[in-house]
Write a protein that binds this ligand. Structure first.
Ligand SMILES: C[S@@+](CC[C@H](N)C(=O)[O-])C[C@H]1O[C@@H](n2cnc3c(N)ncnc32)[C@H](O)[C@@H]1O
Length: 234
């Protein structure tokens, strides 16, 4: 009987090579083929670098092109092509992993893979292996409690500025990923909501060149790195 393949969406953690789970390591070791998203311009993948001690020497590594464009049609077409490539591997009976930084269910390219696989190969056997998110790694790095008691936590993207923060009234804590642009507007929203005073930014948490930026105002006078997040509380 023909062996059926399986896809694992694997989170490899935020960058510290020790923040990868035992389960992720086992699944990566067993993979015949390793997929990762790569910008069409640059094939480097930090996720593959983190996983590399565990990738079997005979495993194939495939970089799936991820166009850096706002053209939704182009992005859609690329992910359909990528999902077809993954589906072809499963049809050959291969065990495949799709590696992502942090956690695969949190602002991850694995979201595109899951959605497109559901259309292209609805019977595919898929398992998601969670990873440590960037904001959990950052709060641990700072020995800072993310949320406690009956409080709530807003996890949001800062890419379009502070509007999401303005919209919430009943939340005591915020974790803002993609805090690399519109910082002035994010800071204004944090000030209006009473979050700003103890806010802190962490860039490249757990990686070489990690930075802890204690003053959020200081973020406005420099161009924050893409790998920057903000933690703030009332
Ligand atoms: C596309 S999201 C990926 C989130 C990831 N899946 C997770 O679980 O954390 C990218 C954003 O995550 C944050 N991020 C990821 N890794 C980080 C790190 N090591 N240090 C600080 N921020 C990080 C940054 O805000 C970055 O803009």
């Amino acid at each position: 009987m023909k062996k059926t393949g399986k896809l694992f969406g694997v989170g490899v953690g935020p960058g510290d090579p020790e923040l990868i789970t035992v389960k992720a390591v086992r699944v990566i070791k067993e993979a015949d083929i390793v997929f990762t998203a790569a910008s069409s311009k640059n094939k480097y993948s930090l996720a593959v670098e983190i996983a590399s001690p565990y990738i079997a020497p005979e495993a194939r590594i495939e970089h799936l092109g991820f166009p850096m464009t706002k053209d939704a049609g182009e992005v859609e077409a690329a992910w359909i092509a990528n999902a077809k490539q993954i589906a072809a591997a499963l049809e050959q009976g291969l065990t495949a992993v799709f590696l992502t930084l942090g956690d695969p269910t949190t602002y991850s390219t694995f979201g595109y893979v899951l959605k497109k696989m559901k259309c292209i190969k609805p019977d595919a056997d898929i398992e998601t292996i969670p990873g440590i998110t960037s904001f959990h790694a950052a709060s641990a790095r700072l020995n800072r409690i993310l949320v406690e008691g009956e409080e709530s936590l807003l996890v949001t993207s800062g890419a379009f500025g502070g509007d999401k923060i303005r919209q919430v009234k009943q939340v005591e804590n915020v974790a803002i990923v993609k805090a690399y642009k519109n910082i002035t507007d994010i800071n204004m929203a944090l000030k209006d909501g009473g979050f700003h005073a103890n806010g802190v930014a962490v860039s490249k948490c757990g990686r070489k060149n990690e930075e802890i930026i204690e003053s959020l105002d200081a973020l406005e006078t420099r161009e924050p790195d893409y790998w920057t997040l903000i933690l703030a509380s009332k």
